[in-house]
Design a protein around this ligand. Sequence first.
Ligand SMILES: [Fe+2]
Ligand SMILES: [Fe+2]
Length: 467
Amino acid sequence: MELHEKIPNNVNLSSDPKLKRALENWQPNYVDWWMEMGPEGFQNDDVYLRTAISVDPAGWAHYDYVKMPDYRWGLFLTPPEEDRKIGFGDHEGEPVWQEVPGELRTQLRRLIVTQGDTEPASVEQQRLLGKTAPSLYDMRNLFQVNVEEGRHLWAMVYLLHSYFGRDGREEAEGLLARRSGNEDKPRILGAFNQPCDDWLNFFMFTMFTDRDGKYQLLALAESGFDPLSRTTKFMLTEEAFHMSVGETGVGRIVERTAQLMREHGDDVRAHGGIDLPTIQKYLNFWVSASTDLFGGEVSTNAAQYFATGVKGRHREDRYDEHKCLDSFYQMELVKDGKIVQEEIPMRNAMNEVLRDDYVEDCERGVKRWNKTLEDAGISDRLTMPHRRFNRQIGAYSDHFFNLKGELISAEAFKDSKELWLPADDDRAYIETLMVAVDEPGQIANWIAPPKSGVKGQPFEFEYVRKA
Ligand SMILES: [Fe+2]
Ligand SMILES: [Fe+2]
């Protein structure tokens, strides 16, 4: 089969010999990477997957049994918008770029490589989870997320190959060479080097870390570099599914926990469930690790990205003013051991502006989980940790804060750390629950079944057929 037939695409692959050649060289290395670092133990099985086959909103997805290595990783951009203009920054109102402006080459390449690096990283983090899936339905969802993250890597590699010449090809190889959590060649961003080796981690990751991805993609969708904008817009359609896996996954755990609490009281662990304090600790960990991904509170890089038009605000069209030269952001920063308000020039606060929307979005999800508790007659609630809590990057990383964001001493943080973040015995307990449940219609004891199956199929459907 010709490469352009193997790769569903709307980028005219068959009439672009240079791109075709670059991808032909890269593809075998990608498949090697997938076999080495993709889901372990399931590469020969038939998985009921959705494949993107076009960008037509009515029918872009096709569902069928596929072996993962045969998944048709495609290249899709949303259709071009006629006469699209740059929506913000110094070039506001000018036509968008179809090629990379020379002076923005380094910036754009760095943005694309950083985004691209997260995609294979998450596949690596999740590669053992299939072996302990709580149901075939969940296993299938995990693999769907994995192949789509693989496709997102293709999307970024397409940009590197098409627009960045030899540098781009080298970066595309680099994306297959780094490894999540590897000391010598780690992935670029911190949260993508954290182990994601149990299903509570997985659901928290897809809820909170994939949601960071959503907001990064939304900001890149505003880019003046049109191919980047169109590529990321299509990626967002898949990202929505990843976050729903996380939100409903944690939601189903909460539902089961509430059930066990009603039947047996607070000692949920004695009955094989996940107690609310443990759920809260995992939540605290993944929220803080994912909040870091937005970068420093005050950032000259962010100001530059905005000024040059490569990365905008989430939905620029919501704002009246798109230059942000005379406006300020009221930011709380630490000065002389106290939290004080400071006026930061708006462009330098762009990471924080994006983080605001992210935090609000996360809060909505936590509210829905609390609704589940409320409906079950349980008075406990889950809460979002303050964005200053447990940060490793940015203005708060040199200080210690409690869950409410109040400044505390290093000793006070150390004393409470085991109450706030997963401790060894919490992880060990969760580990004991990680047992494969791979009979159709069966589900692990610590999680409730989903309200409905995939694409009209019942929960009992055989979503993964063993080879
Ligand atoms: Fe992704
Ligand atoms: Fe994702």
